[in-house]
Design a protein around this ligand. Structure first.
Ligand SMILES: [Fe+2]
Length: 281
């Protein structure tokens, strides 16, 4: 039967995919086709707009390489990454937020308390806390994979002046679940606008600044890993983060050291992480 209306065409396409063997893939395809068709029908999408969309996605792919992930950035500025994190949040655990496009696996394992950057990277800060389970039990052998920009707002992968894995490091807790590392106070930085995502932000009149943050992926054997940030409470972009990543529970003060704090830093911040057990574990 030949489809004559948009509804008939959508039904015809859905029927063609209705026998997809995998139940989850079948569900995802049916929903994707339904929403995609509804989007075009609702907006009466023109051929030129369809082609512009194809060209935009093609350019997004061409901008990707081993160290630049324009599709992740696109997902981020559309709030889609943050939505996925919210949907998949584990109750009782530290809130998660976007991974972002600048994570690099394989950062060096560092000694507890070690400085992950260089003196010229910014104001020295100590970040410390504990990794625990939901009842406050300390997690032995928990891993914190940490990364952030230097004071110039650039990650090592964007800045030829920084050595590889500058301001990146992996820390492993002992039986007390405690961790600490020295870094620099995070700064706001603009997400890159030299690609298609930049064009999108300009066309929509949005700024491209991220609220200052330190990235962390916290994991432990038998527990669900959490991909999250530590945000600086004094940052002006907390309410308009370009990737919609800020959650109130992740905002911390970077305060001057007080009695009993190490004298070799300008700021101290405390951040505990809570992980929840793997399902079925
Ligand atoms: Fe970041």
């Amino acid at each position: 039967m030949t489809a004559t209306t948009t509804d008939q065409l959508t039904e015809q396409v859905l029927a063609a995919y209705a026998s997809t063997p995998g139940p989850r893939l079948r569900q995802l395809l049916a929903s994707l086709i339904g929403h995609l068709h509804a989007f075009a029908a609702e907006t009466q999408l023109t051929r030129e707009e369809w082609l512009a969309g194809i060209e935009f996605l093609t350019a997004t792919g061409h901008k990707c390489d081993s160290e630049r992930q324009e599709f992740v950035l696109l997902s981020d500025v559309l709030g889609f990454s943050s939505l996925i994190e919210t949907i998949n949040a584990a109750g009782g655990a530290t809130e998660s937020t976007v991974l972002g496009p600048f994570y690099v696996p394989g950062a060096p394992v560092r000694a507890m308390g070690e400085q992950i950057g260089r003196p010229e990277d910014g104001s020295p800060a100590l970040v410390r806390g504990r990794v625990t389970g939901p009842k406050g039990e300390p997690l032995d052998g928990a891993t914190l994979d940490i990364w952030q920009t230097a004071g110039n707002g650039l990650y090592d992968t964007q800045d030829p002046q920084q050595p590889r894995f500058n301001l990146r490091g992996v820390f492993v807790t002992g039986p007390d679940g405690a961790y600490q590392f020295r870094t620099v106070r995070p700064v706001s930085y603009p997400v890159p606008t030299d690609g298609p995502v930049g064009s999108l932000l300009r066309a929509s009149g949005r700024h491209n600044w991220r609220a200052a943050h330190i990235h962390a992926i916290v994991s432990a054997p038998g527990y669900r890993p959490v991909t999250t940030h530590i945000f600086d409470a004094d940052n002006p972009y907390l309410d308009s983060d370009t990737v919609f990543g800020v959650k109130d529970s992740l905002v911390r003060q970077f305060r001057p050291p007080g009695p009993g704090d190490p004298p070799d830093v300008s700021y101290v911040t405390d951040m505990d992480f809570v992980l929840t057990p793997q399902e079925g574990g």
